[in-house]
Design a binder for this molecule. Structure first.
Ligand SMILES: O=P(O)(O)O[C@H]1O[C@H](CO)[C@@H](O)[C@H]1O
Ligand SMILES: O=c1cc[nH]c(=O)[nH]1
Length: 264
């Protein structure tokens, strides 16, 4: 017989466990680091102490641990706004107060070296999910206290960084002025000239999640921020092949910022 019991379809959690994330409230610390790629959760965890692997469901891999006694949860968002929305909504309901994206981006500023970091102060917008939570269309700021703590942490750790705006899109190829087929005529791209236009608007990189994180997190009362490693530089056409050290530095940077914020 089909069991039709107990869950509300409007909010289909069961026994305090969310619909998508593989966790319960005890796993979610006030500060959560959000990489996109599930495989980067264990890399992040390897930098922390007293790590507990929480589990995986769909694109959501989770672990928790400590950085200098500061408890931190790590949860992957998958790619793009829709899965980021789900992660942020469920995490807020489980106790998250501060969310920091720790991801990668394609730099469009030729002066940003591979492996350096963008501390995002603003997300320029081109995704659907964020519009639902913030229909204004205005660029969305990160929480100033998170930006400040990330800057302080980068300086303390002597990591190369700059502060600035990221452009978020839910398209990796055409939407980031990339050919979808190698050898195709770039003049045929519907987005030809996009990177130049974005530079004029003040963006220094492109990613696929910051806008949704900022819109959803702010709407639900969470602090939000992001630090993005330069995984590729589109202006110089360089790609970071060995990013192990960059990943470790990214997590050290964000975790140090969290411990600064927690101490306040
Ligand atoms: O480095 P992560 O966090 O995976 O994020 C970036 O990489 C993915 C594209 O390869 C997109 O999700 C983009 O935002
Ligand atoms: O080029 C890139 C690299 C990482 N992430 C993106 O969204 N684009």
């Amino acid at each position: 017989m089909i069991n039709t019991a107990s869950r509300s379809a409007a909010f289909p959690w069961l026994g305090g466990r969310p619909t998508h994330l593989p966790c319960e409230a005890a796993d979610v610390m006030p500060s959560v680091l959000l990489p996109g790629d599930p495989d980067r959760v264990s890399k992040a965890a390897s930098v922390l102490d007293q790590v507990t692997e929480i589990g995986r469901r769909r694109e959501f891999q989770m672990a928790r641990g400590k950085w200098n006694a500061t408890p931190i949860t790590v949860c992957s968002t998958g790619i793009g706004g829709p899965s980021t929305e789900i992660a942020v909504v469920e995490l807020v309901n489980l106790g998250m107060k501060r969310a920091i994206r720790v991801g990668g981006m394609g730099a469009i500023d030729s002066t940003m070296p591979l492996g350096s970091f963008l501390i995002v102060d603003t997300a320029l917008r081109n995704t659907g999910t964020a519009r639902v939570y913030d229909p204004s269309g205005e660029p969305i700021p990160a929480s100033p206290e998170v930006v400040e703590a990330l800057e302080y942490a980068a300086k303390t750790l002597k990591l190369p960084f700059r502060r600035g705006a990221v452009y978020t899109t839910d398209s990796y190829y055409w939407g980031q002025e990339r050919l979808a087929q190698p050898g195709a005529d770039p003049r045929g791209l519907p987005t030809a000239g996009l990177m130049r236009q974005l530079t004029e608007k003040g963006a220094v990189g492109m990613d696929m999640e910051c806008e949704a994180l900022f819109a959803v997190g702010r709407a639900l009362g969470s602090q939000v921020g992001a630090v993005l490693a330069v995984h590729g530089n589109r202006a110089t056409d360089q790609w970071l092949e060995d990013y192990e050290e960059t990943q470790h530095n990214l997590i050290r940077l964000a975790a140090t910022a969290v411990s600064i914020l927690d101490a306040k």
